[in-house]
Design a protein around this ligand. Structure first.
Ligand code: 5GP
Ligand code: ZN
Length: 111
């Protein structure tokens, strides 16, 4: 499958990894929008949050259990978790990912 993030998982495209286990990978965004900008992705290819269902949600719960550990390691006490779902919402890479943004006082505008 021609998916950028699947290629990052496979190691075919380099990334700066900050966390990895059997279910998920976290790496630094190539174009950070905050001092800390990390992407957390499931190793299983899901196109977006719109594909989360009762069968695959275990990995989503796992990702959300990993995020506080990643944030702590990055020294973040406040941070934002964002998942753009669909092109009109700003999704440009169609492999589910959660942005972790922090390290500054974030803009409160959401849309
Ligand atoms: P989206 O716009 O889909 O919510 O987020 C995609 C994110 O992936 C963007 O923040 C973009 O900077 C990041 N990105 C795109 N290509 C690469 C890449 O090759 N490596 C890394 N580390 N991040 C990427
Ligand atoms: Zn993928």
């Amino acid at each position: 499958m021609d998916c950028l993030f699947c290629k990052i998982i496979a190691g075919e495209i380099p990334s700066t990894k900050v966390y990895e286990d059997e279910l998920c990978l976290a790496f630094r965004d190539i174009a950070p929008q905050a001092p800390v900008h990390i992407l957390v992705i499931p190793k299983q290819h899901l196109a977006s949050a719109n594909e989360i269902n009762a069968q695959n949600s275990t990995v989503i719960a796992h990702i959300f259990a990993c995020i506080p550990q990643i944030a702590e390691k990055e020294g973040l006490s406040s941070y934002r978790i964002v998942s753009n779902c669909g092109t009109d919402a700003g999704q440009t890479v169609h492999h589910l990912h959660f942005h972790i943004l922090g390290g500054k006082v974030l803009n409160t505008e959401m849309a």
